[in-house]
Design a protein around this ligand. Structure first.
Ligand code: ZN
Length: 282
């Protein structure tokens, strides 16, 4: 099953386009995409009964973030060994380095990014959205708590990220527009192998990152176990799971985004984000 946030309305995607969920359920479910994760099991039962050949076409420019108002956004650093190496850090062993992207940075799949001052970098990431509250969940049960997967781009401004006496990631990764997600949410059962997806990031049609989620140091199920051992994970929460090698900071010479650049972020079996870097007042 795939769902999308179409012009702010929860939509069940079908072969023919999309079914508006509030209208299709005659008010049984609200139009607000953010609200559906609280009723995820009930919603899946309803969605499974809908025809796959019904619906109306959906245009790219209508799509917003699949979880547009998460209460918590977790992001994992250094979850791929090759990216740890290019960043000059040791590979984590017992605890995944964890920070937040403050929820105001979350945006949809096809957006303009107003570049702030500093060194803005790219990071393609697999993103999970929680569908069932998870508290002290073992890895073996972790996937039962995931509503679905989507594509994420963890834009990062490296000057703020690395300034100060100790690196502090969260602010430098939270400017408006720094968290594109989408283009829709895909439920885990849709994948041949949900633990082996290909991630690609391109800047102006040049491939800069290419990796596989099998390379994760802490795979998805282990991340859920370790995060939920500390914080309860709530329906609609978003988890950015880390990036493979190829970020601009790790290049020789270093390379960062400029006005006019177009960043394309893609994961196999899900879809593609497209972000255009523009000038602004930031
Ligand atoms: Zn990241």
């Amino acid at each position: 099953m795939r769902i999308a946030n179409v012009s702010g309305r929860l939509t069940l995607l079908t072969d023919a386009g999309g079914i508006d969920v509030e209208r299709g359920s005659e008010g049984g479910f609200a139009a607000d995409t953010a609200a559906i994760y609280e009723r995820w099991a009930e919603f899946r039962t309803w969605a499974d009964g809908q025809p796959t050949d019904a619906g109306t076409p959906v245009a790219d420019e209508q799509l917003g973030a699949p979880s547009p108002a998460p209460r918590q956004v977790f992001a994992i650093g250094l979850n791929y060994a090759d990216h740890s190496a290019e960043s000059g850090f040791a590979v984590p062993d017992t605890t995944p380095p964890t920070f937040t992207k403050f929820p105001t940075c979350i945006t949809g799949p096809y957006t303009d990014l107003v570049l702030p001052e500093g060194d803005v970098d790219w990071e393609v990431e697999l993103v999970a959205v929680i569908g069932v509250r998870a508290e002290r969940v073992p890895a073996a049960k972790a996937w039962d708590h995931i509503a679905g997967l989507t594509v994420g781009q963890d834009f990062s401004e490296r000057v703020i990220q690395l300034a100060g006496p100790a690196p502090q990631f969260s602010l430098g990764k939270s400017y408006p527009g720094f968290g594109p997600t989408g283009p829709w949410l895909v439920t885990p059962d849709e994948f041949d192998n949900r633990d082996d997806l290909t991630l690609t990031c391109s800047v102006n049609d040049e491939v800069v990152q290419h990796g596989r989620t099998t390379q994760m140091i802490f795979p998805m199920s282990e991340l859920i176990e370790r995060l939920s051992a500390v914080c309860p994970l709530l329906p609609g929460d978003v988890i950015f799971t880390g990036t493979p090698a190829g970020v601009g900071m790790g290049r020789e010479p270093q390379r960062f985004l400029n006005v006019g650049d177009v960043v394309v972020t893609e994961i196999s079996g899900i879809g593609t984000l497209r972000t255009r870097c523009v000038a602004g007042s930031r």
